[in-house]
Ligand binder design. Structure first.
Ligand SMILES: Nc1ncnc2c1ncn2[C@@H]1O[C@H](COP(=O)(O)OP(=O)(O)O)[C@@H](O)[C@H]1O
Ligand SMILES: [Mg+2]
Length: 404
């Protein structure tokens, strides 16, 4: 800002033109005016749930697909349409949407059932009752309501990870005695392997119907981006090739529309700050770097201490032609555990942690086999050198080690 004073800066900031008309359109909470490329999935959701409009209990439904494939969007849209038809026709339908990742709702079985009860208008104290009693209150309320109830459990894998599958067992079993009322579960998960962990009985009742949301391909992402960018940006604010490259970036990972939209928004912000009238490829590339860097720092910051020690060990181990081997990392790790005050994990467990960092793209590990002499992994760190000082500082501070 040099020697311009702040007031001047703020004044000119107000006058400065932005290339956005409405940045919110690119944010996650915004509901788009149209859902593209999900006709088939919406049709399937509709045909599974439609029986409730005739007073019949719909099958339970399990929806899965990677993040950003439009699951929440499609389900909320279907919910809205069902509710309005039910209302116009005076039908006793109640749909309860809960995101198990939000507001600690799913932290305990008690809280979840209390929350569902509250959605049906019965006040259950947030703590204090025996869990059986909470179930009873909820159960009686459902019977009393004489309604068809659809419970949408979004991010249902979080619920099961925090508790067990017992809550699902109990909910799906309830129907047996509901005397006219009914309760259907719609579970949504980003984790494709989640049902493998379920008790087979729970799995088969949750998955009476199953629906997959496949990743978007680059062309579909382009359509989604184009549509939303016309509402978010001024005319001609997007330079040639930007939408295509943005879609290609997002498709390269796994066709995540959330990531594509975020990338375009950040590129727009960078272009704005550079006082450019158009988002260009250069802004997009900077946005990609920024998001990638933020994500890495987040991973480094939020991982448990043992993981942080393993990562620091990989950074500190002597490399040979840019790679370091698992055994060397383990030696460094054991040495580091003492000053950090942790008990060393087994080499096998450390290997697992290394594998997790590999999946997150923080490192790259290639298995190297010595035939019958065994195998090791050649590890190369993928953190860009510009970020290394920050990463080192974060790790050393988190582990209370002196900065070196
Ligand atoms: N087909 C689509 N058309 C327009 N926007 C979409 C579409 N699919 C996803 N989005 C947008 O992408 C983001 C992620 O979608 P979401 O439904 O939350 O994904 P998921 O629940 O599968 O992780 C949201 O901002 C959503 O509005
Ligand atoms: Mg979702």
């Amino acid at each position: 800002m040099g020697d311009r004073n702040l007031s001047d800066f703020f004044q000119s900031y107000i006058k400065k033109q932005s290339i956005f008309i409405n940045k919110k359109v690119l944010q996650d909470q915004h509901t788009p005016s149209e859902i593209l490329h999900r006709k088939e999935q919406l049709g399937q959701i509709a045909s599974v749930l439609a029986p409730c409009l005739r007073g019949e209990k719909p099958s339970n439904l399990f929806i899965y697909g990677k993040t950003g494939t439009g699951k929440t969007l499609a389900m909320k849209y279907a919910q809205g349409e069902l509710e309005s038809v039910a209302k116009d026709n005076n039908l006793p339908l109640q749909i309860i949407y809960t995101n198990c990742k939000m507001k600690k709702i799913a932290a305990t079985e008690y809280r979840l059932i209390a929350e569902l009860g509250r959605a049906l208008g019965v006040d259950i104290p947030p703590t204090g009752l025996p869990t059986d009693e909470v179930y009873n209150i909820f159960f009686n309320r459902v019977v009393q309501a004489k309604a068809l109830i659809l419970v949408i459990l979004d991010e249902i894998d979080v619920l099961v990870a925090k508790n067990s599958d017992e809550v699902l067992y109990n909910l799906t079993r309830m129907n047996a005695d509901l005397q006219g009322a009914s309760l259907s579960i719609i579970g949504i998960s980003n984790d494709l392997r989640f049902t493998e962990l379920l008790d087979p009985r729970v799995r088969s009742s949750l998955s009476e119907e199953e629906l997959v949301f496949p990743p978007y391909n680059a062309v579909q992402l382009q359509d989604i981006l184009r549509k939303r960018s016309t509402e978010a940006f001024k005319t001609n604010a997007i330079g040639p090739g930007v939408i295509e490259k943005c879609a290609a970036y997002a498709a390269r990972e796994h066709g995540d529309a959330r990531r594509a939209l975020e990338l375009l928004r950040v590129a727009g912000e960078i272009a704005d700050r550079a006082e450019s009238e158009q988002v260009g490829i250069e802004h997009l590339d900077l946005a990609e770097d920024k998001i990638e860097h933020d994500r890495m720092l987040e991973v480094v910051q939020t991982h448990p201490k043992q993981h942080q020690v393993v990562l620091l060990s990989m950074l500190r181990s002597p490399t040979h032609q840019g790679v370091v081997q698992t055994g060397t990392v383990y030696d460094t790790y054991r040495e580091l555990c003492a000053p950090v005050g942790l008990r060393p994990l087994t080499q096998r467990r450390v290997s697992d942690i290394i594998g997790e960092f590999d999946m997150l793209g923080i490192i790259n590990a290639k298995v190297h086999s010595f035939g019958r002499y065994g195998r090791t992994r050649n590890i190369s760190v993928q953190i860009p050198s510009s970020l290394l000082p920050t990463v080192n500082a974060i790790l050393q501070d988190a582990l209370h080690l002196p900065r070196i």
